[in-house]
Ligand binder design. Structure first.
Ligand code: SF4
Length: 534
């Protein structure tokens, strides 16, 4: 056997360093090495050890004795292998994927291969089509999944663009797989949302206040120019001609008016023409930016995401029931309890949840306790009597239901009014209203009270305390581990698809562990795993 050659860099130096030779202490090599006298600088030497190499080095001239097999490039536990099995078990046509067939010219890439590239890319934090293209040349998992094909970024982007709905169905499919493997429970679910900045930034954005100001200025300017033209017309006889400047300003005015109309229709004061679906909201940076509100529901059993949605509403008030409905669509049933934080607190939503029979626990926060001592007649000191449907004041007098109305032109309320204020000795301390004291209660006040009552039970309080541990890791995974901080696609449909892909990735990374342990089997009976979606 030829002697292996290794170049060794010795780091340990004996304290009594002298110029000359010393014995290599790190290996079984018994040879001496030359050494600098000052002890500060070491020199490497070639150690020749019979039958073994000390340091592994790349041999760029190496040739394979036998041609390598693609199948051997990734190990049996590799996530790429899991992605291949998962996609191979799907009925892509049934899920709505466009199956291209090239009649002539270059053959097209198979949909299942491109789907594998996207899923594995997301798993590896590669989310751009150009990054995936590069990955197909450099990343061993992608090279293996594509069988050394190299789809370019246009092909990859076209696949994403043409199959948005089908890609969202993949998320639903993952849930079905998890349900089939009994990895999802129906006891405790938790919902939450996060605001993520839109692809388009603030540059080029329109703001209603600025546009109105510009319009006012333009109007003044146009009137000034018109009066000048009219004066000139009166002095010199001739044909009236609209100056070029005026014509341009007129066009600009029309454009501003059109933008204002568009903003009115969209119900927003800030508008990004490059991304008309995005709305101003406080995103992860803490600043107000154009963005979208991404929602997710997670299950307490294995932390899998069971519902995902993206909306362009900034607050979560009206999203509790729609998210539970999504869970019901996927699983057939809603959980015994769905937990939500104070952002979802809405009497109307609690009422809707009651009507649909959903168990929900929403953090209501503490009742306002900081009430000035002197304010004996603060609204919180009035009690609602559900049986008699009336409010009772601190003096024990009843305030009867008067009518329904709107609070701040926003929320429907029921108005209760005192009938005995004329005889009351404290009527002016109680209220300055000449018609007597009035109390406004939400039309869904009863639901709010029942929720408060429910949360007095220790087991419900314990369940509510589990909320952050169930849902927060999902957002932690997406934002911290996957480094996702800004949408890389535009429009509501685009971001919904991207959010679906991200949630699919979170679920697949969890399912991969069950697949390794044998609890999840994907190739059962050679049957497609899915029921096609309508
Ligand atoms: S004014 Fe009416 S509501 Fe107020 S304290 Fe007197 S009786 Fe009660």
């Amino acid at each position: 056997m030829p002697a292996a050659v290794a170049r060794v860099s010795h780091s340990a130096s004996p304290p009594d360093v002298r110029k000359g030779f010393r014995v290599c202490l790190k290996t079984i090599c018994k040879r001496s090495e030359s050494y600098d006298g000052d002890g500060s600088k070491e020199r490497s030497v070639d150690c020749r050890i019979e039958g073994m190499s000390y340091e592994k080095r790349a041999d760029y001239s190496e040739r394979f004795l036998f041609p390598p097999s693609v199948e051997d490039w990734v190990g049996p536990d590799h996530p790429a292998r899991f992605i291949r099995e998962f996609v191979d078990a799907l009925d892509l046509r049934g899920l709505g994927f466009r199956m291209r067939v090239a009649e002539e010219g270059r053959p097209n890439y198979a949909s299942d291969m491109l789907l594998k590239v996207w899923l594995y890319g997301y798993l590896m934090r590669i989310r751009s089509s150009r990054g995936l293209e590069r990955g197909c040349r450099e990343n061993v998992g992608l090279i293996w999944l594509t069988g050394m094909n190299e789809p370019d970024h246009n092909t990859l982007w076209r696949f994403f663009n043409e199959n948005k709905r089908a890609l969202r169905n993949i998320f639903r499919q993952v849930i079905r797989v998890a349900v089939k493997a009994e990895l999802i429970g129906l006891v405790l679910h938790a919902v939450d949302g996060t605001k993520i900045a839109a692809r388009a930034g603030a540059r080029g954005a329109l703001h209603k206040a600025d546009l109105e100001k510009a319009l006012r200025k333009l109007d003044e300017n146009v009137e000034e120019v018109i009066s000048k033209v009219e004066a000139a017309e009166a002095d010199e006889q001739g044909e009236y001609r609209l100056p070029e400047e005026l014509r341009e300003r007129g066009q600009l005015r029309e454009r501003i008016r059109a933008a204002l109309t568009e903003m009115e229709a969209a119900g927003t004061k800030d508008f990004q023409p490059q991304e008309s679906d995005a709305r101003m909201m406080k995103c992860g940076s803490g600043r107000k930016e154009f963005g979208y509100n991404a929602q997710a529901v997670a299950d307490s059993e294995n932390g899998l995401i069971i519902a995902a949605e993206v909306v362009n509403e900034a607050d979560d008030h009206g999203l509790l029931v729609p998210m539970v409905e999504k869970v019901e669509v996927e699983l057939g049933l809603a959980a015994e309890e769905t937990l939500a934080d104070g952002g979802y607190r809405s009497a109307a939503e609690l009422r809707r949840a009651e009507d649909r029979g959903y168990g929900v626990l929403v953090a209501l926060g503490r009742q306002r306790e900081v009430i000035p001592e002197a304010d004996e007649y603060h609204p919180s000191k009035f009690r609602y009597d559900q049986e008699l449907d009336q409010c009772v004041c601190p003096r024990g007098e009843a305030l009867r239901f008067e009518r329904e109305g709107m609070s701040h032109n926003k929320y429907p309320v029921r108005i209760f009014r005192c009938q005995s204020y004329k005889e009351c000795p404290v009527r002016w301390q109680c209220s300055r209203d000449k018609r007597g004291r009035k109390i406004e209660l939400s039309v869904h006040h009863g639901s709010l009270m029942r929720q408060r009552e429910k949360q007095r039970l220790p087991q419900k309080q314990a369940a509510l305390r589990r909320r952050p541990g169930i849902i927060e890791p999902v957002f932690g995974h997406i934002k911290q581990a996957m480094g996702f901080r800004r949408w890389t696609v535009g429009g509501l449909e685009g971001v919904r698809t991207q959010w679906s892909l991200l949630c699919t990735t979170v679920n697949l990374s969890k399912l991969h562990k069950f697949w390794l342990s044998g609890r999840l089997v994907l190739k059962a009976a050679n049957q497609p795993m899915i029921v096609p979606y309508a």
